[in-house]
Ligand binder design. Structure first.
Ligand code: GLU
Length: 475
């Protein structure tokens, strides 16, 4: 895992606040509303004991709720040894703006448990996760109506299943218990396409960018995603899926992958699936037979490339290395990978930045679909799929009759096919990412005070949030 910023630099939450303040300075918003939007509503800190291998260990965790202008408040839970309250608050705030930007009707929240999951067995992790869940439930920080976690760094389907099951045991009369958390395994009420949703969203975001020639030209990039040289930092869930889809489906060249223990590079492009499998099997891609491995990952972010995708942690590009970045465009798949000061330096260098609150919104978007699925207690497409198939068949027969020629099998199956849950999830995600980009594009080009996509994104999000404060009032 890459390390985080030095403690002398401004904190993560103050970096987020400075970005938000910049957007406020453009909007004609009264100071009181601005302060109300910025403030973190509440933060829970818990300390709880768990008996591990005969010894009592005390764990510290948090859950921050940044905003409740929409409910439930939504956002992941991370398990990491570097997490702290400031990080959780910053990430909760980013969730608020992210959800508003992409029209996911949730407030923003985030949680963390201070732990290195690699030090514990599966059973121990289960015990710790269930105990942490108990704290959240008891204190009102986990509920399908008010606060719904999801996976983040160090957590995945497994942890979400434990959380859902613990909540169910504590609330057996809650018919909507499955909706208390998203990112669950499909067999436990999860939705197809959630695991890869954030990476898929990154792909859709970049595709949409390349549909806007003016924006592509402003990044000094040539048209078309095929052949573009991409560097990805982090081969976790987000980095892996984004890199894999871009390489396999868009013919982009992933020329380097940066991990905590080194960099794997190949100017002709890496095959992501092979590398990922190797990493899962061996714990590292260090000895992967292909590409060039270097243990020196410092400076790898500064490699010459078309697109740099930081998909690991916050504060990776700071004022210390920003000047040396050579990418033409940076796509923030992680939350907060660029500090406020670094952002200014990169902008001066003419580097286009696609902001995190847009780029990585695919995860929470599909979480929204999962939550709806859980509340409706039915898989998307279950009622209409076969009906659509029947109708499609009728159309195809009619077409054959009218034209007097036979439709090929492949065309028929395309016309006939009813949408599956995965088709619908992808369609909803693609639509969300396209709409949000188009909003940012319009806002950017309509207001001369806005000169980058990040500011456009925050302006859109803040306008929506402030509208909800103004409409409903504050009490
Ligand atoms: N942890 C993810 C994020 O940072 C997903 C949040 C969610 O699905 O609620 O956006």
């Amino acid at each position: 895992m890459p390390s985080k910023k030095k403690s002398s630099s401004p904190s993560f939450s103050s970096n987020v606040d400075r970005m938000v303040d910049h957007a406020f300075s453009i909007l004609d918003l009264d100071e009181g509303t601005a302060q109300a939007i910025k403030a973190c509503d509440s933060v829970l800190q818990v300390k709880f004991p768990v008996k591990i291998r005969g010894q009592i260990e005390t764990f510290t965790g948090w859950r921050a709720v940044h905003s409740t202008h929409r409910l439930p408040a939504k956002g992941g839970i991370r398990f990491a040894s570097f997490s702290d309250q400031d990080e959780v608050e910053a990430l909760a705030a980013l969730m608020t703006y992210k959800c508003a930007l992409v029209d996911v009707p949730f407030g923003g929240s985030k949680g963390a448990l201070h732990i290195d999951p690699n030090q514990y067995s599966r059973d121990e992790m289960q015990l710790i996760t269930r105990r942490y869940t108990l704290e959240l439930v008891r204190k009102g920080f986990l509920n399908p109506a008010t606060n719904v976690p999801a996976p983040d760094v160090g957590t995945g389907q497994r942890e979400m299943a434990w959380i859902a099951d613990t909540y169910k045991h504590l609330n057996p009369e809650d018919i909507n218990y499955q909706a208390c958390v998203t990112g669950k395994p499909v067999q436990q009420g999860g939705i197809r396409g959630r695991v890869e949703a954030t990476g898929r969203g990154v792909q859709y975001a970049i595709r949409e960018f390349f549909r806007h020639p003016k924006d592509v030209a402003s990044a000094n990039l040539s048209a078309g995603l095929a052949g573009k040289k991409i560097v990805v930092q982090g081969l976790g869930n987000v980095g892996y899926h984004a890199a894999k889809f871009l390489q396999e489906e868009d013919d982009a060249k992933i020329i380097a992958i940066i991990e905590h223990d080194g960099v794997l590079s190949d100017e002709n492009g890496l095959v992501i699936e092979d590398i990922y499998r190797y990493k899962v099997e061996h714990g590292s891609f260090k000895d992967f037979p292909g590409g060039h491995f270097s243990p020196d990952n410092k400076g790898a972010l500064e490699m010459k490339c078309d697109i740099l995708i930081p998909a690991a942690l916050e504060s990776q590009i700071t004022r210390d290395n920003a000047e040396r970045i050579q990418a033409k465009m940076i796509v923030e798949a992680a939350n907060g990978p660029i500090t406020f000061d670094a952002d200014k330096i990169l902008k001066k260098k003419g580097i286009v930045i696609m902001p995190d609150i847009y780029v990585n919104a695919g995860g929470v978007t599909v979480s929204y679909f999962e939550w709806i699925r859980n509340l409706s207690h039915i898989r998307f497409g279950r009622m209409e799929r076969r009906y659509d198939e029947l109708r499609g068949n009728e159309y195809a027969n009619l077409l054959e009759e009218a034209t007097g020629s036979k439709i090929s099998e492949s065309t028929r199956s395309m016309i006939v096919r009813g949408a599956s849950e995965l088709d619908l999830v992808r369609s909803g995600l693609d639509d969300t990412m396209r709409n949000a980009y188009q909003d940012m594009h319009e806002t950017l080009h309509a207001n001369e005070k806005i000169d980058d996509l990040r500011t456009a994104a925050f302006v859109i999000a803040i306008e929506k949030i402030s509208r909800s404060y103004l409409d409903v009032g504050i009490y």
